[in-house]
Design a protein around this ligand. Structure first.
Ligand code: AMP
Ligand code: ZN
Length: 472
């Protein structure tokens, strides 16, 4: 069974084959650290996390690099507007370096709470200016880029494939260009590799002039090249990254190295909130803290953001978050029932009973994930396994194998509480104390223990195989 991914470059599903068998080099466009990453950003990062975890499930050794954009990302994603970090610094009358440090830290904290595995490398753009300048110099030498008044632009007409990723044609880009096209550009679609501005706070001296700073696109090319090499397997981002960001990354990287930059381009669809775009004016650019302030666990947000397929539209509402938290309890319950049945509690007599249901769930889960990360179907495989467990008991052997499967699946999804032995042990201890009280006809103590557990959401049921418990 092979892993098939939708490649935004070919616009087709393709069988995934890494350049070097068993090894995957993946680059994810990371945060621009001028504010708190919102839940939409996290849809993209969670998609990348699930992708990495699935590749690891398949046995690949993944090297993941996610950049931190701490300079040069202008407001309009192209060559106009203020630098997002500097704008924030001016607004808050703070040092831009301090702003980017603060939000980088908060990003790491949020990512950890959302169970996003740390990338192997988080390169910062400001640490890679010499590497960027070296590529820019090479592009100028080779005639792909030109210098105008201390700035350097990439000449899109020199790169044949410009527009192939996004589907934009140069003629259309020219016709659609705004009236006030920057006159220093030869073609309206040419993009800046190096900018110059004496008022910019974060600036570097180079042979192009005393106060330059990099364009956003060249940053990712330089960091990918340095940390992953000239050819990478997978490059990801949100759908808005396709143009101009990734289109420009391809043009400059391939012109520089003469090789194909990335084999597979994968993009997450934008998250919507309350049926529309998130916007500051509507006050619905939610961050993880907003979710926690509502009393929800971070894993409920993780589930809400990964339960649908990454290329399908996804609309976030508070109702969906509440419903996600409830649904997760069902999966926790599945794991708990499997833990107990694996120990022979409430298990079927035949140790291999229910093996078919397990085989079906596993096959469905793997088929789903291999089909371009169909997480929606992967989760339904787990919910179906729970239905099977509720309908008829599993044998102890099957339950143990099912528990291993749920643990492995959760290694990819990372939302279920699979191993809560401590909770189990504590509840079991109190159940034993209650049994002892009953044996000694100490009814008041027995009732007290039952009520105490009930208050914690644990319901006791007397069954043929002894007392079993479940969450309310
Ligand atoms: P930025 O911090 O603006 O550079 O964005 C970081 C990442 O989040 C990029 O890969 C964007 O494509 C992605 N992104 C931004 N908004 C959303 C959204 N609403 N849904 C999904 N991804 C998003
Ligand atoms: Zn990028």
């Amino acid at each position: 069974m092979s892993f098939v991914v939708y490649n935004s470059y070919s616009k087709k599903k393709e069988t995934f084959e890494p350049i070097e068998p068993g090894k995957v080099r993946m680059y994810n466009c990371g945060p621009t650290v001028y504010n708190r990453a919102h839940i939409g950003n996290f849809r993209s990062y969670l998609f990348a996390d699930v992708l990495r975890r699935w590749l690891e499930y398949l046995g690949h050794e993944v090297r993941q690099v996610m950049n931190i954009t701490d300079v040069g990302h202008l407001q309009d994603d192209a060559d106009d507007g203020l630098d997002k970090i500097e704008e924030q610094a001016r607004r808050e009358k703070r040092d831009p370096w301090e702003i980017s440090r603060e939000f980088t830290e908060l990003f790491f904290r949020d990512a950890e709470e959302l169970s996003i595995l740390p990338a192997h490398e988080y390169p910062r753009a400001t640490d890679h200016v010499p590497e960027m300048l070296a590529i820019i110099e090479d592009l100028v030498q080779k005639g792909f880029a030109y210098e105008v008044d201390g700035e350097v632009y990439f000449d899109v007409t020199r790169f044949e494939g410009y527009g192939r990723l996004s589907g934009n044609r140069l003629e259309d880009l020219e016709a659609g260009a705004r009236v006030e096209v920057r006159e220093e550009k030869r073609h309206p679609a040419d993009f800046a590799l190096w900018k110059s501005d004496p008022h910019h706070m974060m600036k570097w001296e180079s042979r192009f002039g005393p106060h330059g700073f990099p364009g956003w696109h060249i940053e990712c090319s330089a960091m990918a090249l340095k940390h992953l090499g000239e050819e990478i397997d997978i490059h990801t981002g949100g759908e808005d990254n396709v143009f101009p960001h990734h289109e420009s990354e391809i043009a400059q990287s391939e012109s520089h190295t003469g090789r194909r930059f990335a084999r597979y381009w994968m993009h997450a669809r934008f998250l919507q909130v309350d049926g529309g775009k998130m916007s500051k004016s509507l006050g619905n650019t939610y961050v993880l803290d907003d979710v926690k302030a509502r009393g929800a666990e971070p894993r409920a947000l993780r589930f809400a953001l990964i339960r649908g397929h990454y290329r399908q539209p996804l609309n976030f509402t508070w109702e969906i978050l509440d419903e996600s938290a409830k649904a997760l309890e069902g999966l926790d319950d599945l794991a708990r029932r499997l833990r107990l049945a694996a120990q022979g509690r409430n298990a079927a007599d035949d140790p291999s009973g229910g093996a078919d249901a397990l085989a079906e769930a596993r096959a469905k889960f793997e088929t789903a994930m291999n089909d371009d990360l169909n997480t929606a179907m992967a989760f339904s495989a787990l919910f179906e396994l729970r239905s099977a467990v509720l309908e008829s008991r599993l044998g102890a052997e099957t339950a143990a194998a099912a528990l291993d499967f749920v643990r492995a699946a959760n290694g990819v999804l990372a939302v279920i509480r699979v191993d809560e032995e401590e909770l189990d042990a504590d509840v079991e201890r109190r159940i034993a104390a209650r049994e002892e009280a009953r044996a000694g006809k100490n009814w008041a103590e027995a009732d007290r223990l039952r009520d105490e557990l009930l208050a914690e959401g644990i319901v006791l049921e007397d069954s043929a195989s002894g007392v079993i418990w479940r969450r309310k």
